[in-house]
Structures are given as C-alpha cells and as structure tokens.
Design a protein around this ligand. Structure first.
Ligand code: SER
Length: 318
C-alpha cells in the first residue's frame, strides 16, 4: 500500500482533535497534517505537524494539497447550528464554499478519499421524529442544516460525476471530554458535565423533556474510521449515513449524572436553541450503516456518563 498523506481541516475543533489523534495512531504521526484557522503558536505541541489554514482561502488550500501530495482529506471545519443562526451568511459561506473547494481540489489533485461530516440538522420539523429513516423528509430549518443538506447532494454529485470517493456521516450531538464544542444546540450535553464534575448547578438552555440523538465521541471516531475503511463497493449511501448512538433528554442525563454526583442541581431556561432542537428528530434509524459497514455503537447512557466523569476528574488532577 502506498503511504497515505492525510490532511485534517478543522483539526482543533471538537471532532478534529480526537480524529487527528486517532488517524495518527493508525497512519503515523508524520502522515497526518493537522490544519485549522488557529495560529500555530496558540497550540500545544500535540497537534504537530500543523499548518495554519483558513479553508475559505482556496489558493492556500490548493497550495497545501499540492505541496503535501495529500491522498485523503477529512474536512471538519464548519459553523454549527446555534452560531449559524446568529450569522447565516457567514455560516453558509464557510460551510458550503469550503466543501466545494475541497471537492474541486480533490478531483484536480487525485485525492483518493474525502470525509465530510453531515448532521441530524439536515432533518426538519416535518421529518419523522422517531427512528427517522435514512431517506425521508429532510427540509431543515437552520442555515447549518441547509448547508449540510446541500453539501450531501454535492458529495453525491462529485461521486457520480467524477468518481470522487467522498464518504459522510450524519453525526448526532457529540459528547466528549477533551475539547469544548462551539456553538451547537446539542452542546448543553457537554457543558452539563463540566458543571457536574465541579458539583456546580447547571442551567440548561433546553426544556428538560427534549430528547435528541447523541453519541459519545469514542463511538463517533470509531464510526468514522470504520466508514473510511469499508470497501468502496459497500458504500451504497453517497449522500450521508444516518448514525445512531443513544437518545436522551436533559432530565434523563441529569439524573444519570446525579447518581455519581449526589446533589447535582439542574434548572431549565429554554432560549432560541429550543426551537432548533424541536425541529430535530429524537431518534435515528441507522440500519443502512449497520448493513453496509457493520456499524454498532458501544456506549449507552450509563457507560458514557461514568466515562465522561472519570476522564474529566482525571483532567482536573493534572
Ligand atoms: N451538534 C450539532 C449542533 O448542535 C448538530 O450536528 O449544531
């Protein structure tokens, strides 16, 4: 096998940090070039090799792909749902134009595989709420969701028109202890742990009964690697795969945390993010991912909560 040269775009984000580490374990430290808009000197040495990159600068991206002879790209840079609603045009510009540059340049330079994340945000108020099917009504109501839905069709188009092997997952809300997410609607489910571990009361911006599809980051990273490893003929969905981990409400999560943090207090003050959450499904049917590349999540709510608290406590002690 020829040596891969992998470019991760958005490597300092919530998914990027962990995916870069996982890719480096798999392919070797020097084979995975991390890039992000952040300046090099603000970063810990863990991210090296590293190149600062504004992905909306297509010339800079082209130079990087050409100079480094990149064979695979993981393009993770995006503005999430809540931040996107505050800045719709900027969200569209970042999310959409960066994807188009990545797709175009991948064709031009013969990049073999591209990964691009989509999201449960492609679904909207008219989508089925329970076990939302792979193919059904999407009609998203956020700019983030619109950019992801459009992006999915672009991925399929580049596969069909140019044979570009682009693969994608509709991630549920992702929960991790290493890095804070930025500007998402599901992010209460990360923040709550930071309060829990310090036994500080938490104010949730969603109603206590709002059930959303979620996933522990360990599962999400494994899913990504498994999808990218699957034989090309197994990849039947060229828009983006539904992926299911677990579903819970803020109240159910708080109750689980309280078992390990006695006396933990949560109150609920819904804001504009409630409307976004209400437009999304509560659970996802991922049978296509199960059939095509054997997807199976490992973490349930109890296992995730105990692992999150364990790791956050360990980080506190460092
Ligand atoms: N976690 C994302 C958000 O809340 C959804 O993909 O915006």
């Amino acid at each position: 096998m020829d040596q891969e040269k992998i470019l991760v775009i958005g490597a300092c984000g919530q998914i990027g940090r962990e995916l870069t580490a996982a890719l480096r374990l798999k392919f070797g430290q020097m084979q995975v070039l991390a890039s992000d808009i952040q300046a090099k000197n603000n970063l810990s040495t863990e991210v090296f090799p590293y190149q600062q990159l504004d992905v909306t600068d297509a010339d800079a991206l082209e130079k990087l792909i050409a100079d480094e002879q990149v064979t695979q790209i993981y393009h993770l840079a995006a503005m999430l749902s809540a931040n996107g609603e505050k800045n719709p045009k900027k969200a569209w510009d970042l999310n959409m134009n960066s994807l188009l540059s990545v797709l175009d340049l991948s064709v031009k330079y013969g990049v073999k595989k591209v990964f691009w994340p989509s999201s449960i945000a492609v679904f909207g108020p008219d989508s089925e709420k329970t076990n939302t099917p792979q193919q059904g009504i999407t009609e998203p109501s956020t700019v983030y969701g619109i950019s992801k839905a459009a992006g999915e069709y672009w991925c399929k188009y580049y596969f069909e028109k140019f044979g570009l092997d682009v693969r994608s997952i509709r991630y549920p809300g992702l929960i991790s202890y290493t890095g804070a997410p930025g500007g998402g609607t599901t992010d209460y489910a990360v923040d709550i742990f930071h309060h829990g571990v310090e036994a500080k009361p938490f104010t949730c911006f969603l109603k206590k009964e709002t059930v959303l599809p979620m996933m522990y980051m360990e599962d999400a990273i494994r899913a990504t690697l498994e999808l990218m490893d699957a034989p090309v003929d197994n990849i039947k969905v060229r828009t983006s795969y539904n992926l299911s981990g677990l579903s819970f409400s803020p109240e159910e999560l708080a109750t689980e945390i309280e078992k390990l943090v006695p006396g933990f207090k949560v109150d609920y003050t819904p804001d504009f993010r409630q409307q976004i959450a209400d437009s999304w499904p509560g659970s996802i049917d991922d049978s296509a991912a199960q059939t095509d590349w054997n997807w199976k999540p490992a973490y349930n709510l109890e296992a995730m909560v105990s692992d999150m608290l364990l790791n956050l406590r360990a980080l506190q002690e460092i």
